[in-house]
Design a protein around this ligand. Sequence first.
Ligand code: CA
Length: 365
Amino acid sequence: MNRKSFIKKAAMVAATGGLLLPSCTGHKEKTNEGLDLSTRYKWKMVTTWPPNFPVLGEACQLFAEWVNQMSAGQMTIKVYGAGELIPALEVFDAVSSGASEMGNGAAYYWAGKAPSAQFFTAVPFGMNAQQMNAWIYRGDGMKLWHTLYKNFGLLPFPAGNTTMQMAGWFNKEINSMDDFKGLKMRIPGLGGKVLAKAGGTAVLSSGNEIYSNLERGVIDATEWIGPYHDYIMGFHKIAKYYYSPGWHEPGSVLENIFNLKAFSELPYHLQVILETASARMNIWVISEFEAKNNEYLQKILAEKQVEIRQFSPEILATLKKHTNDVLSELAESDPFAKEVYTSFTNFASGIRNWASYSEKLYHEL
Ligand code: CA
């Protein structure tokens, strides 16, 4: 595109006054004609997080506040922590059925309903937070995600990212792939499948059991999130080693899900507010995780109760090989999973090449 046509196109985009993000909901066809400001909307938001859960639960409360402020009180949203209205893992169904107008969680929790949902949170050795945003907002990610969730009467938007996680807490040294043999580790989802290929056992433990299971030796290792949440869990008091990097969750996307019918029936300006507040939530969560993880890693280092280690390049290369097998199997599970896998892996390999000229060199300074 030459300079003149670029400027012309930019002026056209500005004139339409559309969203900054390419909307996949048909927003740009709609207008605020006959704007209705009189009807009040009182919505529920069910979440997969314990009440007041650091960062993730806080972000839901902030979202509700922002929507209230932006809509001048026309829309109020009451946030429910897991177990307050429904259990955590019923969020998807509750929003799908319209029992709750919206929810917050992570797409990989719904792998049992749609295997390809996992690509919209994180897959092992996948993309980091900014790369996931690039795929979702500017690549085909959002379109594919909307297509998948439409089958369930849902509309998803990204609403945060945990950023790079840590590999986890271990009471055994991991010096070679042999050390994974017989390792009992709490690691959910695809990471758990990769561990199984390496000869370990993925053990399911709910959040409140993990600490006592690790302390009593029921498990040898656990992953959780990153330094901030991990410190709150107290793992540094009972584990010998804290390994990095979080190869299994390099940037897990959190989601706001809306009941498609409830969303479509809203006046256009409220739809824009919900989409925009979700994007603000995305930025808030990423910033919070980055700042807090830094702060708490320093605490963990200063307290010297745990040794911080890195997996060797050989270990990471082997885990990556197992991951490729796990992802290929996932892609074969249904035709749509294959489509998402192809889009994801093509985008990831392209953007990783770009990063090799940019971020990677910069981080080595
Ligand atoms: Ca995790």
